[in-house]
Design a protein around this ligand. Sequence first.
Ligand code: R5P
Length: 313
Amino acid sequence: MTAPAVGLDPQRVLIAMPGCEAATMRLAIPLSGELGHAAVTHFPDGESYVRLYTPVQGAEVAIVCTLDHPDEKLLPLLWLAIAARQGGARRIGLIAPYLPYMRQDVVFNAGEIRAAEHFAALLNPAFDWLVTVDPHLHRIAHLSDVYRMPTVAVEAAPAIAAWIQTHVQAPFLIGPDDESRQWVQQVAGLCNAPWAALTKTRHSAWHVEIAELPDIPPQCVPVLVDDIISTGRTMLAAAALLQRAGQPQPICVGVHAVFAADAYSRLCAATAEAVTCDTIPHPSNQIALTEPLVGAVSRMFDLPLPSNKPMLV
Ligand code: R5P
């Protein structure tokens, strides 16, 4: 049983992992790709089961799997990549708009691991290329430091800047911590808006403190910009600081809508609006990244064929 072909090129097959069907549809049409069909389920005992129905012999295969909640997605994803390899795909790419574990990029305490590196090591043998969006590159400077395959990191900044220009008059952009400087500076440059990056101390996952605010001109609307919103405590601390300074409620823009526990409801209460890019499906998604993703995946499909890639099967 195969799903109907969406485009004209039978050599390109895009397969959605559960939850990524809509994103896969959006990409398949402009990429002239066929929608592959796979079952990804669990046995009653919890073991993962995959079955790839679409023939992929000689095809360029891309599996679309945004990797929030990565632990539950990883094994079925690897099984599906193995099924595609076993089916004779000539190359298998991973489109993971959100790439997890990148914040675990250093060993802080004895006995911890640098999980970013080890997560990459699990994906490396299974895939021939990787396309993602704004991975959290901080103490790991380049994706190629841990991912041993061609990679493209799509930048969300142009789409975020366009959204801000359309929706906010006189924005003052604020990165809530030093790590956000790279994103806020780029977005501000594209919007031609003033900006600042704050200084954050994280005491725990749920407790952060932000030191002080810069002067914000009275006519400006504060716009918080960061890559990942997880517990939301970083954004909430920045919003609380703005409130104490008598500033209006900020607009809050994140790339990746991870939103753990009560993060989104708290952020909605503390900000004028909480907006994200569509790397993880969420009601806050307002900024579409289909176009730059299509460009990046096109480049991967067109790469010269690799030489000997170790196979997992
Ligand atoms: C890390 O430094 C990132 O840029 C974000 O600031 C961080 O991931 C946000 O995490 P949370 O929402 O849990 O405060």
